[in-house]
Design a binder for this molecule. Structure first.
Ligand SMILES: *Cc1c(COP(=O)(O)O)cnc(C)c1O
Length: 375
């Protein structure tokens, strides 16, 4: 069976973990945490970054930093992972769901302004499959109405919008290093703080509401409880693992892009004949090959398709269920109609894509897919 995902190890992970264990510094914010944060600040020119234990945690930090509270409204695409909404719900916010684009699972930027009310505090955009949302449009709506933008860039490492790295455009950006992402640490995440007014408070929230970071930098002579927060920072063991991965970012990306292009090549004809749809990359966006997906005609065809692949030893999976139809959301809200989000819930299928996947395997998967569509 070709698995959907297989975590890739560069070989250096256990070496760096060994080093951190023997250095005697196991808790967070040590050498490897600094190295990993520095990597993002240097490579992507992010002003200030903080490693977190997950992207979910980075989103929760964002919700705390933006002072989200009861009665605030947050605009979020419905076709996304739970955390993009949940992090704000935990602060008491009401989620206003937006539909996806017709040509792409990302948020339909043209619908966003109509969802803005005097209670809107932030827009969360999700760069689905690592492909940028139209950030100029989003930022101009946000600036016009004085609201914040959080980029859920969980899937978007090393991907760009008009040359600008994703996660670095909105006021805050969040990344994930979950084992299904391009760069992994098992569980892990990062908050990018692009608006410097949040920098000082972010460090406090990160360190359980204390000014411990400032103390270690010698900025204050004792540290104590000064704000709300939690234990959002990962241990050095996780950071050590992550740093080994970051050092391999380039070869990992090159290999993934190569495999992605092979899929695209192998399925192009099916797309041209409108038998399925392959991903569309807008001209303002790059492709970081986080995911290769296809879109079937309907739910029945999708189920048959996944079964056909399974019968041929290939594990493919569908993705998000629209959040606006989730049990949790419907407990408190009336049903809404977001047809494109439901369309992607029903019809999108993700194909195997991981570093060690062989080019031959991708070619074979394409053959199996072509056969399913009678080609
Ligand atoms: C993976 C993912 C998350 C959650 O990341 P964790 O690190 O597992 O918390 C959030 N949003 C999106 C869009 C994701 O793909």
């Amino acid at each position: 069976m070709i698995p959907f995902n297989k975590p890739y190890l560069t070989g250096k992970e256990t070496h760096y973990i060994y080093d951190s264990v023997h250095s005697g510094k196991l808790s967070g914010n040590g050498k490897y945490t600094q190295k990993a944060q520095m990597f993002f600040e240097e490579k992507f020119d992010f002003k200030k970054t903080l490693l977190t234990t997950s992207c979910t945690d980075a989103l929760e930090m964002a919700a705390i930093l933006l002072n989200i509270s009861e009665g605030d409204e947050i605009i979020v695409p419905s076709y996304t992972f739970v955390s993009s909404a949940l992090a704000f719900v935990r602060q008491g916010a009401k989620i206003v769901f937006a539909d996806s684009r017709k040509d792409h699972p990302g948020i339909d930027e043209s619908l966003v302004e109509n969802l803005v009310t005097p209670k809107t505090k932030a827009i969360v955009v999700v760069h689905y499959a690592g492909v940028a949302c139209d950030m100029d449009k989003i930022m101009s709506i946000a600036n016009k109405h004085g609201i914040y933008v959080v980029e859920d860039a969980a899937q978007a490492i090393d991907s760009y919008y008009r040359g600008k790295p994703l996660g670095g455009i909105g006021h805050l950006g969040t990344f994930s290093f979950h084992e299904t992402k391009n760069i992994i640490s098992g569980e892990g995440g990062l908050l990018s703080i692009n608006d410097s007014t949040f920098e000082e408070r972010a460090e406090i929230i990160w360190e359980k509401g204390t000014n411990r970071s400032a103390f270690f930098k010698g900025e204050v002579d004792k540290y104590g409880w000064v704000d709300t927060g939690s234990s959002f920072l990962p241990s050095e063991l996780i950071s050590a693992f992550l740093y080994a991965q970051l050092e391999h970012l380039q070869p990992i990306q090159e290999k993934r892009i190569k495999l992605w292009n092979l899929y695209n090549q192998g399925l192009k004809e099916l797309d041209e004949k409108k038998l399925l749809q392959t991903p569309q990359i807008p001209d303002y966006a790059t492709n970081n090959a986080h995911m290769f997906y296809i879109i079937t005609k309907n739910l029945d065809q999708r189920d048959d398709f996944i079964q056909h692949l399974r019968n041929n030893g290939i594990h493919a999976v569908f993705h998000y269920l629209s959040l606006h139809t989730s049990k949790y959301y419907l407990k408190k809200h009336l049903p809404e109609h977001l047809p494109w989000s439901d369309h992607y819930s029903n019809c999108l299928v993700r194909l195997p894509l991981f570093y060690e996947l062989e080019e031959e395997s991708v070619k074979n998967i394409c053959k199996v897919i072509n056969k399913f569509f009678g080609q």
